[in-house]
Design a protein around this ligand. Structure first.
Ligand code: OFO
Length: 171
């Protein structure tokens, strides 16, 4: 059984993960509309992953006799000024998620809730990996620079990341 305070904080996390899923879905559609199929595939996968992160908390809540609520999700933006700015926004959102997970860990330590603290360790690792991936993408975008074919090369780079991820998922 988890405390009401932890239950409410986990429900807030559900909302944040759900928003991330919708934000990345919106980004996938925007990339598609720009002919950036590598970026679109990447953002679709990110969106699906975020939904899984949300559902993981749902299942955890039922295991520990808590109550998860389907969140009301606010509408994400539909357009971005540029691909680099879109990825900057992804990194910013991931940093917000990391801060929220850290807050949840602090809360579970204070409440002596070892089960929730243990459950959250998976998210700590996931956030470290996600932030590192986004920083890596932004570094590559900087290296590619602002030339006439930069969008083409950025999309190719993301396509390579997609292939690596697909391979490691099917291994
Ligand atoms: Fe679930 O927010 Fe990142 O991965």
């Amino acid at each position: 059984m988890i405390s009401k305070e932890i239950e409410s904080a986990l429900n807030k996390q559900i909302e944040l993960e759900g928003y991330a899923s919708y934000l990345y879905l919106s980004m996938a559609s925007w990339c598609d509309s720009k002919g950036l199929s590598g970026c679109a595939t990447f953002m679709h996968r990110q969106s699906d992953e975020e939904r899984e992160h949300m559902l993981k908390i749902f299942h955890y809540m039922s295991e520990v006799d808590g109550r998860a609520y389907a969140p009301g999700i606010s509408e994400p933006p539909k357009d971005w000024p540029s691909v680099p700015e879109m990825f900057e926004e992804v990194l910013k959102h991931e940093q917000k998620v990391t801060a929220s997970i850290n807050f949840l860990v602090d809360l579970s330590i204070k409440a002596n809730d070892h089960t929730t603290q243990n459950f959250l360790q998976w998210y700590i690792q996931e956030q470290r990996e996600e932030e590192a991936l986004m920083r890596d993408i932004l570094d590559k975008i900087k290296l590619i620079g602002d030339g006439p074919q930069s969008l083409y090369f950025i999309d190719k780079e993301i396509e390579t990341i997609n292939k690596i991820t697909e391979k490691s998922e099917s291994a």
